[in-house]
Design a protein around this ligand. Structure first.
Ligand code: SAJ
Length: 401
């Protein structure tokens, strides 16, 4: 098929490349000229190397071309645009804009029930005359290429036959099973997957705080509970970031605030976690003027470069007194009262606290993911506090006022 992928971001780009390498003729379209320029120049802005390699291969192979205009003659238009929330309300303006842009090109045109289909009708298109489907992406940043190939997909069609037609596109590269359903079910499946994870992480975070009170290490307790064949509790941490998991539950709670108490409570628990981190910092360092905190990790999770909705940003905002970037770890540790580990990047495993030992004495390590081996850091002179770990009394290294 001749396919146009509209929106060349985290999902559109690898999807376009996969379809191109799977034998379709793909035109990648994006409204941002900088994206197209960077793609034409080796796609260096794409930090996940397997994705970059895939895109370069598709571009070099000639089956993926780039365009700053929507092609009029595509047989399928794949919309890959953001659906963020603003003040916890779904912002569908990108979908509306994408649907408006593609509507005049569909011959005859069509796309989704509430937003896309009405946008098409408004543009004079009969939505019954084209196949309209929704295929939510399920890939996890950090393993996009592997998961695009291997994950099962759900394709929801607007009327009988639509999902089957859209599935043909995905069959060209997807080795996972492809399930077809109606489009509303497909949309729901997407948001319940991410909401399930949010609720499960909230449970882990609640256990972490409770375990601290009980003097138990939550990480050990969770690991032991997970040996049960039907238990799989996720890991506590400083909050839930990224543009998916903290966003998608709001699509459900906005649909009906009265029957979504668990979902809303879970969201509140996870949103509170950066406050918990800040409270622990203040307990240990004191709220004094001039206190300095070194934060390790800005991304929303390990080994990605994406800072959207990152708990670190929230902690920085709340702390106010932690700001300038240090040029090196030594500089950060030398000048700080506390080190706060926010993200468990692999690179941080290389840190040898013994090498920093002369700078560490009496300082506090606040490890929000129980990432570092606490005995090694304690041996180097740190007072170690791990979120959800066995709690020792705050040490107040600085004179709290
Ligand atoms: N997190 C925890 N504890 C955990 C797991 C995650 O605190 O045990 C935190 C992470 O640190 C991060 C946030 O949750 O801040 C989200 O990270 P993630 O790795 O759980 O998920 P994302 O946002 O990178 O990707 C999710 C995935 N959804 C599910 O696993 C159900 C992915 O498959 C989706 O495609 C993606 O959202 C998306 O785009 O919707």
């Amino acid at each position: 098929m001749k396919v146009c992928v509209q929106g060349l971001g985290y999902i559109g780009l690898p999807t376009a490349a996969m379809m191109a390498l799977g034998g379709h003729e793909v035109v990648g379209y994006d409204v941002d000229p900088r994206v197209l320029e960077s793609l034409a120049d080796g796609a260096r802005h794409v930090k996940e190397e397997p994705v970059r390699a895939l895109v370069v291969a598709a571009l070099n192979g000639g089956d993926l071309t780039l365009s700053d205009e929507l092609p009029a003659d595509a047989e399928a238009y794949v919309m890959c645009v953001p659906t963020p929330t603003v003040d916890h309300k779904p912002d569908l303006s990108y979908v509306q804009a994408a649907a408006r842009a593609v509507a005049p090109l569909l011959n005859p045109p069509g796309t989704m029930d509430r937003v896309v289909v009405p946008a098409l009708r408004a543009a004079g298109v009969d939505p019954d005359a084209v196949a309209v489907a929704h295929c939510p992406e399920r890939v996890i940043p950090g393993a996009i290429v592997k998961e695009l190939r291997e994950n099962a997909r759900v394709v929801g069609g607007r009327k009988p036959g639509d999902a089957e037609r859209a599935s043909e596109l995905y069959r060209s590269f997807c080795r996972g099973r492809i399930f077809t359903t109606d489009n509303v079910t497909a949309e729901l499946v997407k948001v319940i997957e991410n909401t399930y994870r949010d609720v499960n992480i909230a449970f882990a975070n609640e256990l972490a705080l409770l375990s601290e009170e009980l003097g138990v290490d939550a990480h050990e307790a969770i690991a032991l509970a997970n040996h049960h064949p039907r238990v799989n509790i996720l890991s506590p941490g400083p909050g839930v970031g990224g543009h998916c998991i903290p966003v998608d539950p709001h699509f459900l709670s906005n649909a009906n605030p009265f029957v979504t108490e668990l979902i809303q409570t879970s969201r509140r628990i996870n949103e509170r976690m950066p406050h918990v981190v800040v409270r622990r910092v203040v307990e240990h360092v004191g709220p004094r003027e001039g206190a300095r905190v070194a934060i390790l990790g800005a991304a929303y999770k390990a080994n990605v470069d994406d800072t959207r909705e990152s708990p670190t940003e929230r902690v920085e905002e709340l702390l106010r007194y932690a700001h300038p970037l240090a040029a090196s770890l030594e500089e950060a540790v030398r000048d700080c009262d506390a080190v706060v580990l926010m993200v468990g990047h692999d690179a941080f495993k290389e840190i040898d606290p013994q090498a920093l030992a002369p700078l560490c004495r009496g300082k506090v390590l606040i490890d929000t993911r129980a990432f570092f081996p606490s005995a090694t850091w304690a041996a180097a002179g740190f007072h170690v506090y791990a979120l959800g770990g066995k709690r020792s009394a705050p040490v107040a290294v600085a004179s709290a006022s």
